[in-house]
Design a protein around this ligand. Structure first.
Ligand code: KG4
Ligand code: ZN
Length: 353
């Protein structure tokens, strides 16, 4: 059973073919990230236009790599939310069109729910993938950490889950992006902050870990503000000094030390919260997914924290991709979830889990 996945929720356009929920046959991703760099964040109109330009060639490329004809595609799985409205619309309308014209069942996939399912891929002939030997087991605790989401979800099946906690304000990837901006480092902030952190001492600045009344929730906006206030003080400036001008007053070691201190504290917050959930719910597997799952400090701290080793997607499957969408699509078909009407599926930018 082969499923074509289509993803276009933010700035990555992606198409993939997955067989039987575990074999990755084709995986294509095009990012418009370079076009957004000048603006320090994703510009929705530019992202949507880029999706339109590349989505059809990417689908053709994924099918070609997978050696799969349209007649062999058993289902199309598409991200219908959450995400940017204009971006989602391109993927949804493309998927609807192919579902109608090629007469293929259409499955609507929640992007955030799909992230952990990248770890269900165990086989591929594609070069340079590091996949687990076996899929995770249920009950599965997923730490989903990306630019738009930070949440802990306990799955008892792929479709039955409980959101244990989520962020009250910024997502952790968003905090990396905002701190990068303050430090004068390029967008996206995750890779640039973690790269700079390699040269810094994480104990230089003592930053706060948010204490919340609900045990599995996160908050990162106070941490971002603490970074700003600390650097304003370092530069001898008051609280009203603009964050965009601060990096010019900082030297390389201050930038590296703050990158390391921020990363250490953000990661510690994630690990402490995950620890509480693991000891309360005793999951059979711990899965870490989303763009921030690529972070090596996070992997290091999590690996130290648990006897049960967390499972991570291949680095290429941490950030947005269609392989995770196709994998969850396969599971929907295997579990006989009904396909949606290709004439009426709508994009839902605010879809939640
Ligand atoms: O999952 P993703 O591609 O998109 C969303 O669904 O949001 O995640 C993108 C986010 C960005 O905020 C980016 O800064 C962050 O993931 N990210 C990282 C790393 N690589 C990407 N954060 C920390 N460390 C990394 N190595
Ligand atoms: Zn994502």
């Amino acid at each position: 059973m082969k499923i074509l996945g289509i993803e276009s929720s933010c700035d990555e356009t992606a198409a993939a073919v997955v067989e039987n929920g575990h074999t990755l046959l084709g995986n294509e991703v095009a990012s418009s990230i370079d076009l957004h760099k000048a603006y320090g964040g994703v510009v929705p109109e530019i992202a949507a236009r880029s999706h339109i330009e590349v989505i059809n060639p990417l689908i053709d490329a994924a099918l070609a790599t997978a050696n799969t004809d349209w007649s062999d595609v058993d289902g199309i799985a598409v991200t219908y939310g959450p995400g940017l409205g204009g971006s989602l619309l391109v993927g949804v309308l493309t998927a609807r069109t192919y579902a109608i014209t090629k007469k293929i069942p259409l499955y609507a996939v929640n992007h955030v729910q799909a992230h952990p399912f990248a770890t269900f891929l165990t086989d591929t002939l594609l070069p340079n993938y590091r996949l687990s030997a076996s899929p995770p087991s249920f009950p599965l605790l997923a730490l989903i950490v990306s630019g738009g989401h930070s949440q802990l979800v306990l799955f008892t099946t792929p479709f039955q889950y409980r959101v244990l906690g989520k962020t009250r304000d910024d997502a952790v990837g968003e905090a990396f992006d905002k701190v990068a901006k303050i430090l004068g480092l390029p967008y996206p902030g995750g890779p640039s902050v973690s790269q700079r952190a390699l040269d810094g001492n994480p104990r230089t600045y003592q930053l706060p870990v948010a204490q919340l009344d609900s045990p599995y929730d996160f908050s990162f906006s106070g941490l971002k503000t603490a970074v700003l206030r600390t650097l304003q003080a370092e530069a001898g400036k008051s609280y009203d000094f603009p964050s965009t001008k601060l990096s010019e007053l900082l030297n390389a070691s201050q930038i590296a030390n703050m990158a390391a201190s921020f990363q250490y504290t953000a990661v510690k917050t994630l690990v402490q919260t995950t620890k509480k959930a693991v000891s309360t719910f005793g999951p059979a597997s711990i899965v870490v997914a989303g763009g921030v799952a690529a972070n090596q400090e996070l992997r290091h701290q999590l690996n130290q924290a648990f006897a049960l080793q967390p499972i991570y997607p291949d680095i290429k499957l941490c950030t947005d991709n269609a392989a995770m969408i196709a994998t969850l699509g396969c599971l929907m078909r295997q579990h006989r979830k009904p396909p949606v009407d290709p004439y009426s599926l709508e994009a839902l930018p605010n879809l939640s889990m």
